[in-house]
Design a protein around this ligand. Structure first.
Ligand code: 2XP
Ligand code: FE2
Length: 293
């Protein structure tokens, strides 16, 4: 078997608003328009990633929150209705998702050998979180590639950003080793926004773009700082900046998704391709990929 590899790693944020505005048949609510900049950015990213012809998508989601260790989807297929608990008006999505259980088990085993607490999630009635679903859909709306789903074990909340960083490094190394041994070509997705300060109210029409902007200039400056480092290929510095970034920008990178992605790609020094930056209910979101790790 030839050596497997990580073909690309992408920052693929999951605001339910993006799916709402796309009006795919799986989603019940209908929208007029909205968040075009981010959606057209996803469109351009899809073209580039599709050309790489990957076998599997490995996604770490901030909204699969596990309280004892890192969990991995471990059933060949999940089907259900996913309803966003915060935005049930925007996201009621019928999904069917195939899992690469072999690769999930291999990453799980490698992570255990790194000393991480791990578990395979074997409940066939488990409802997959909306972060995993939205990032996967926006990246590959055909749903024709199997997925490895990895949870966020909330180290930042329970311990500190530093503990999250340590464990993301270990999980990244484990992910890389397992992919290489599998012979498969993988696309990795970090399913998180950058700055994550939300508005606390919503207009009558969610897609009214006259209301959409960043919550504060301070958040904007943090987003621009991280994006600049991405564009310059200084991914190690992004990782090193994480304690301040997560704390100051209330970033959803607290989940470990971005740290894991960078570690798994062994800190790419190539510039990331930045497809879009845009806000969603005030949060800062970038759609970007390292296709040459
Ligand atoms: O609240 C969250 O974490 C969400 N993902 C939904 C909303 C906007 C995100 O940027
Ligand atoms: Fe989120």
């Amino acid at each position: 078997m030839s050596t497997g590899s990580i073909l690309a790693g992408a920052l693929a944020p999951h605001p339910p608003h993006l799916i709402y505005a796309e009006n795919p048949p799986q989603n019940e609510p209908r929208a007029e328009c909205g968040w075009e900049n981010l959606r057209w950015g996803y469109e351009r990213m899809r073209k580039d990633l599709d050309a790489l012809d990957y076998d599997v998508i490995v996604v770490l989601s901030p909204h699969w929150q596990t309280y004892v260790g890192t969990h991995f989807l471990g059933v060949p297929r999940f089907e259900s209705l996913s309803v966003d608990p915060i935005f049930p008006n925007l996201f009621r999505f019928r999904y069917g998702l195939d899992v690469d259980v072999d690769l999930a088990e291999a990453i799980c085993a490698e992570a255990s050998s790194e000393g991480l607490v791990t578990q395979m999630m074997r409940n066939p009635d488990f409802r997959v979180d909306y972060g995993t679903i939205i990032s996967s859909h926006m990246t590959r709306p055909a749903w024709d590639k199997p997925i490895v789903g990895i949870s966020s074990c909330r180290n930042t909340a329970f311990y500190s950003v530093e503990v999250m960083q340590e464990q993301s490094l270990a999980l990244g190394r484990a992910t890389r080793r397992a992919i290489e041994a599998s012979g498969k070509r993988a696309l990795l997705l970090a399913s998180n926004s950058l700055s994550h300060r939300h508005f606390t109210t919503e207009g009558a029409l969610p897609e009214d773009m006259s209301r959409e902007h960043i919550t504060s200039h301070a958040m904007y400056l943090w987003d621009m700082k991280v994006i600049e480092l991405m564009k310059q290929g200084r991914s190690r510095e992004i990782f090193d900046l994480m304690p301040e970034f997560v704390t100051q920008a209330i970033s959803e990178a607290d989940s470990g998704a971005l740290s894991w992605l960078l570690a798994a790609m062994d800190f790419p020094t190539e510039p990331a391709e930045v497809y879009a930056y845009g806000t969603v209910i005030g949060t800062g979101n970038v759609v970007a990929a390292w296709t040459n790790p």
